[in-house]
Every structure is written in structure tokens, then in C-alpha cells.
Design a protein around this ligand. Structure first.
Ligand code: CA
Ligand code: CA
Length: 396
């Protein structure tokens, strides 16, 4: 027996900035609901049981829809939705279960619903290489809950859909400002101040330095100026409150010698991040070119007036395992992850060796930020080697 199932736990995957929120297969018995994630490649199988089927109309979460065949998504927080992709019910001999005309409603709170409109789907092929079909473009919809109600199908008494992908618009709405403070062990000079030597020497590039491996960050930030009190660039990430594995937004910021960051374009405190929804909670990660990246212990409400304090291990996932004691009450990022993959290993040493003796340079092996690659940098690497960074933000 199948029934309408209210799905509340989503599995999320990411390809660059596109979020793929997959329909879950749910097997329901009275009192317990087990859910398992289903997220296929671009094709969809025609295997029986892969997908959602409703054979009995039930009360719709939106009272305006009465008793019906319906499917409700709870994304866990509000997202700016964009395009969608549907795989209609694709079981061999049962493709007429697939939805034909449907109506979409959305909601912030799951109580008050707004009708988006109706949409018509094609019947699935029933073939194992079924490619699915473009669904409605939901650009402009900000919603936590999305409700799909069947108007009709292709003839069967049961109604089904195999899978739906929702893309999230990363550029919707105004940018939100994220503020934080962080120290880099190698640049730290004591008393809450880091080196500005690279800025003094004019070596800090105007363009953000995270476009290459392993970050492949595609942002086009070019600093208006590099202020004299700049230590370096950092890469700031906002990650899903539901799952810190899911990257929501990235932005490059200028790190100042006092540990604060400024936006490279506006030169105002914090960094302006696209694709965040005002008031939502996000885990915040900070990455440097050659220090071990960390992220917050808790998801924080953004924008934040009180900067996220990365100098206190109590605020960081992994605590004192992930931040190094700088000896004056402050903590900082561990120096030595020269290839920035999230672990400090001999691979970093090998990069250091390849850079050995470079002078007057902006180079990742320069762990103490004096522009030269010397044994002083090796001496930061050595005690930190074998430290492993937090899993959600590593690149291995
Ligand atoms: Ca490394
Ligand atoms: Ca150095």
C-alpha cells in the first residue's frame, strides 16, 4: 500500500552553485517512516519501487486543495528556487501513473500557501535510459515548503513521480554581510596583530587568489585597493545549516592585521556574500592559502553584527584540535597546509621543497608571510604535520 508521504529530510548535493535536492523514496508503515535518499545521474531507471506513488487521495497540507494526491517538500530552510527538472513515473507498464497536470504551491512556514501555478509534464518512456524533462522555472520563489498536487495523470488509478531536482538560485536577493575574525599562525606577531609585510612589499595581488586548485573559486573579486594593514586574502564560505557538506556561497575577503575582514570591493567590514537569505542560519568556514581551514561550531544567523570569532576554539568545529594556541589567549589557523587540501602532510612539504629558496614572492610555501621561502617556513610546517582538517571542508 502506498500513500501520500510528507517528506521532511532532504539529501542535498552540489555541483558548483547548483543544489540538487532529490526526492526521497519513502517506505511508510503506520507510525514509522523510513526514508532513504535517491539521487540518480541524469538518467532514471525503470525499476519498480524507485519513486513516489500515491494510490489513495488524502487531506492536502494546503486546505484549498482538499483531498488529493500530493507531495510536499520541506527543504529545512528558505531557499531562492530557480529551475527544476522532473523524472516522471517510469516503471515499466506503469508510466500512466505519471503526473500530467499539476499545481504548485509554496510556503515559508508550511501553513500559509501561495499558488505558483500549474504545469504539464510529459509521460515517461518506461525505458531504463529515460532522461526526464525540464520542469517549471521557479525563479522568484523563496520557500521552505513546496507542494505538488496532481490534477490528473496519464490514466492509472495511482499517481507517481520518480524524482525531482530543484536548483537554487545563488544570486537571488541582495548580498548578505558576513563578519568574522581569524588569525593565521604563520603571520601572527602577538598581541592580536598579524604581519603586513606582503602588503608593505606590494606583493598581495589585486585579484582574489583562490581560482586555482583546490578551491577553483570562480569569483571575480578585484580589490579596489590593498589597504596597508592587509595581511592576505581569505576565502569565506557559507554552508547549509542542515548539512555543512553543502556549500551555499563563497566570497573572497581581505584579511586585515587585526584579524578582521573587509569586503575587497566596498572595503567595508565583513564580506558581502551572494545567495544567502537574510535571517537564515549558516555554518561559516574560512580558508587561507596555506593554513588549515576551519568552520564554525554552530550555524550563525546571517547577516551578523557580532563577528564570528575564529580566535576562540569554543566557536570552531573540532575546537582545540583545529586551532593552534598562539600563546597569548588567542588561537589561530594551523600553518602548513600549503596545498590547501585540508590535511597537513608530506604533500605540503613537497610543495615547500619545490618553492625552496624563492624570495620576494607571493607564494603559498611562505608560511610566515615574509615573502621568502626559508627554513623559518619549514619550522611552522614541521610540528603541524599530520593534522587533519574538518571533513566537510576538506578537498580529499
Ligand atoms: Ca595539505
Ligand atoms: Ca617565509
Amino acid at each position: 500500500m502506498s500513500n501520500n508521504i510528507k517528506i521532511s529530510n532532504m539529501t542535498t548535493h552540489i555541483k558548483s552553485y547548483i543544489w540538487i535536492l532529490c526526492l526521497l523514496i519513502a517506505t511508510a508503515t503506520v507510525g514509522t517512516i523510513e526514508v532513504q535518499a535517491q539521487c540518480s545521474e541524469n538518467t532514471h531507471s525503470n525499476t519498480t519501487g524507485e519513486g513516489w506513488v500515491s494510490c489513495m487521495p488524502t487531506a492536502n497540507p494546503n486546505p484549498a486543495r482538499g483531498t488529493s494526491h500530493w507531495l510536499q517538500y520541506d527543504f529545512g530552510e528558505v531557499y531562492a528556487l530557480s529551475t527544476t527538472f522532473f523524472w516522471n513515473s517510469n516503471e515499466v507498464g506503469e508510466t500512466d501513473r505519471g503526473l500530467q497536470n499539476l499545481v504548485i504551491d509554496y510556503s515559508i512556514d508550511g501553513v500559509t500557501w501561495t499558488e505558483w501555478g500549474t504545469y504539464t509534464l510529459m509521460e515517461a518512456t518506461g525505458m531504463n535510459d529515460y532522461l526526464g524533462t525540464e520542469g517549471p522555472d521557479l525563479t522568484g520563489v523563496n520557500a521552505q515548503y513546496l507542494l505538488i498536487t496532481a490534477i490528473d495523470n496519464f490514466g492509472d488509478s495511482c499517481y507517481g513521480i520518480a524524482e525531482i531536482r530543484f536548483d537554487v538560485d545563488p544570486n537571488a536577493g541582495p548580498a548578505q554581510t558576513v563578519q568574522l575574525n581569524v588569525f593565521l599562525q604563520g603571520a601572527y606577531e602577538g598581541s592580536g596583530i598579524m604581519s603586513t609585510e606582503l602588503s608593505t612589499l606590494g606583493l598581495i595581488p589585486a585579484e582574489q587568489p583562490f581560482s586555482n586548485a583546490p578551491w577553483y573559486y570562480g569569483g571575480g573579486e578585484i580589490a579596489t585597493i590593498i589597504p596597508a594593514n592587509t595581511t592576505d586574502w581569505v576565502l569565506v564560505e557559507a554552508r547549509s545549516q542542515q548539512d555543512p557538506d553543502v556549500l551555499v556561497s563563497q566570497a573572497a575577503a581581505l584579511l586585515l592585521s587585526d584579524g578582521s575582514i573587509i569586503d575587497p570591493i566596498t572595503l567595508t567590514p565583513g564580506v558581502n556574500m551572494e545567495g544567502l537569505i537574510e535571517g537564515n542560519l549558516y555554518y561559516i568556514a574560512v580558508k587561507a592559502r596555506n593554513h588549515l581551514a576551519v568552520y564554525t561550531q554552530e550555524a550563525l544567523q546571517i547577516p551578523n553584527d557580532v563577528p564570528a570569532d575564529f580566535t576562540n576554539p569554543a566557536n570552531i568545529t573540532g575546537g582545540t584540535d583545529q586551532l593552534v594556541d598562539l600563546g597569548d589567549g588567542n588561537y589561530g589557523l594551523y600553518a602548513g597546509d600549503i596545498n590547501s587540501d585540508g590535511v597537513i602532510t608530506i604533500a605540503d612539504l613537497n610543495v615547500y621543497i619545490s618553492h625552496s629558496s624563492l624570495i620576494y614572492n607571493y607564494v603559498d610555501s611562505d608560511l610566515n608571510y615574509d615573502s621568502n621561502v626559508t627554513v623559518s617556513d619549514f619550522n611552522f610546517y614541521l610540528p603541524n604535520s599530520s593534522i587533519i582538517g574538518a571533513e566537510p571542508i576538506r578537498y580529499d
